[in-house]
Design a protein around this ligand. Sequence first.
Ligand SMILES: CC(C)(COP(=O)(O)OP(=O)(O)OC[C@H]1O[C@@H](n2cnc3c(N)ncnc32)[C@H](O)[C@@H]1OP(=O)(O)O)[C@@H](O)C(=O)NCCC(=O)NCCS
Length: 144
Amino acid sequence: MRPLTAVDAKAMAVIHAKSFERGWPELDMAVHINRDLCFGLGDPLISFVILSVVDDQAEILTIATHPDHRGTGQGTTLLRGAMSRLASRGVQTLFLEVAEDNVAAQSLYRRAGFDAIGRRPGYYRREKGRVAALTFSKRLDAAK
Ligand SMILES: CC(C)(COP(=O)(O)OP(=O)(O)OC[C@H]1O[C@@H](n2cnc3c(N)ncnc32)[C@H](O)[C@@H]1OP(=O)(O)O)[C@@H](O)C(=O)NCCC(=O)NCCS
């Protein structure tokens, strides 16, 4: 796992556009690289995660793997690596929102030890209507 830099912004935008109905442009990725924690796998990039950290809490803003590489453990490696880095800098709780119909992502999070703690109706706007979000959280082990 490597920290991402400005040169990765374009590849992040490409993967994100292939992963979500509403892609985030390269310029937005450059802002995240400056403001948040961004980690990735592969060079060229095949998977990345963006994390926002405030005090002892963090949030996964997005995580995505290039469609050609899904189901090969990239997301799991990235998530576990990110949790370890966050724990070692004192973050105690990690949150995220996931669409209620996103089975793959929920499987990833549950297997990594996240629990669903809430539901936010209509959180995501899609072309075909709104979809609820599930809020997941996990306490991070400072020993890791
Ligand atoms: C969610 C995502 C990041 C997982 O990345 P990945 O590199 O495929 O992750 P892994 O290979 O470690 O697999 C993670 C889990 O997803 C499951 N999975 C992968 N592709 C799947 C699919 N098409 N359908 C159902 N489950 C799938 C795997 O079986 C695995 O579940 P398991 O832990 O119970 O075995 C990836 O599917 C993706 O980029 N999706 C689009 C973007 C997205 O939805 N991001 C999450 C937003 S909250």
